[in-house]
Ligand binder design. Structure first.
Ligand SMILES: Cc1ncc(COP(=O)(O)O)c(C=O)c1O
Length: 368
């Protein structure tokens, strides 16, 4: 074929999604909600399906009004997207195309990196320091956009709000984007969130309905920031990118804070139990403030395969830019039992073939 994609697109390493698991309980590769969507959401989406022949509200007015109330901002400071991933692409089209420069962590959330490469922007990646964003080094980079993912994916680490405030005040980047996809799982979301910076236009904050709300399959995310930024990005977005069912589901999710609280409580409790289980199995974990835990192991593939044999799908760190690690999403109660069985030592749990690798994992993790 003589027609070729633009040459710089060859440099993009394709996004590799998590492998499907044998069951929903074994699904620990994509940081989805183990408790699913609230029953109010299911009802709202079912009702909205009756109007599926109409185009959705392009401005998502009802949803934006709910979000504006929730965050104490004006509705024109909010842009809703087909997942926050769409908003990250819009930011790169708006601020990075034709010679822009972005700075982010290394490893970054993959879409931050891919979206910058799509528009052939210059991308400076600053290695993590002790598994956290090195904000001090990132602040020195004279970029158009700076991406801070807080808590970070794939590490689950969080930089405290005063550090983010200092970064926003001192960074040489023209616009700081704080991606708070996992903020609900921090010990104190109110004290960790940079939403106040978005409210007065000093930064942009990204949020998603895919995590604590359990709506990953509906695809809704939103951006909060300066009204001028929102108006600019609105011009370049596909007008109907957020479907009517997704809008209805998101509105119902906001109106069900008890479900959110249940998901948060479950996640924090099982995160603690998972860390203990890993410790008992001799595996070191990076301290997490998200709905996943990053395990450090020199036997990444063996661990992934061993879990797969027990019907569990997790994410190998090498697909996330962190070889020597495995990312495990917080599961259901039954999922945790599956993990316990999979990680129980061989003398108490066949099959024998897997024992050797687990013993190796143990012996090489005694000094984390
Ligand atoms: C840091 C981060 N930002 C954004 C997203 C994407 O969220 P959405 O499903 O809203 O596109 C994810 C999804 O895993 C994520 O980890």
């Amino acid at each position: 074929m003589s027609l070729r994609m633009r040459p710089w697109l060859d440099r993009i390493e394709p996004y590799r999604p998590g492998r499907p698991a044998a069951s929903s309980d074994g699904s620990m590769a994509s940081n989805e909600s183990p408790l699913g969507a609230s029953e109010h959401v299911v009802r709202a989406v079912t009702e909205a399906a009756g109007q599926a022949h109409h185009y959705p509200d392009p401005l998502a007015d009802t949803l934006r009004a709910e979000l504006a109330r929730l965050h104490g901002v004006c509705a024109d400071q909010i842009l809703v997207g087909n997942g926050s991933d769409e908003l990250i692409f819009l930011l790169s089209w708006g601020y990075l195309a034709h010679g822009g420069h972005a700075v982010c962590a290394d490893p970054a959330y993959r879409i931050d990196e891919i979206s910058a490469r799509v528009v052939d922007a210059r991308l400076t990646q600053v290695p993590l320091k002790d598994w956290e964003h090195d904000l001090e080094a990132m602040a020195e980079v004279d970029a158009d956009l700076a991406y801070v993912v807080n808590p970070h994916n794939p590490t689950g680490t969080v930089r405290p709000l005063p550090d983010i405030e200092r970064f926003v005040a001192s960074a040489r980047a023209k616009l700081v984007v704080v991606d708070e996809a996992y903020i609900d799982f921090t010990d104190d979301p109110g004290k960790s969130s940079a939403m106040a910076l978005a409210r007065d236009g000093r930064a942009v904050v990204l949020r998603t309905f895919s995590k604590v709300h359990g709506l990953a399959g509906l695809r809704v995310g939103y951006l909060v920031g300066d009204a001028e930024i929102v108006a600019g990005l609105r011009k370049i977005r596909a007008p109907f990118s957020v479907g009517a069912l997704a809008q209805a589901g998101a509105v119902a999710a906001i109106r069900d804070p008890r479900h959110r609280e249940r998901v948060r409580e479950h996640t924090l409790r099982l995160r603690g139990e998972l860390v203990h289980l890993l410790q008992d199995a001799g595996l070191a974990a990076v301290p997490s403030q998200a709905n996943f835990v990053l395990v450090r192991t020199p036997h990444e593939e063996e661990l992934v395969d061993r879990l797969a044999r027990h019907g569990i799908s997790v994410r190998p760190g090498s697909s996330l830019g962190l070889p020597g690690t495995v990312r495990i999403s917080i599961p259901t109660e039954h999922g945790l039992r599956l993990l316990r069985r999979a990680l129980t030592p061989l003398d108490r749990n066949p099959p024998a073939a897997a024992a050797h690798s687990l013993e190796q994992i143990r012996s090489e993790n005694v000094h984390p």
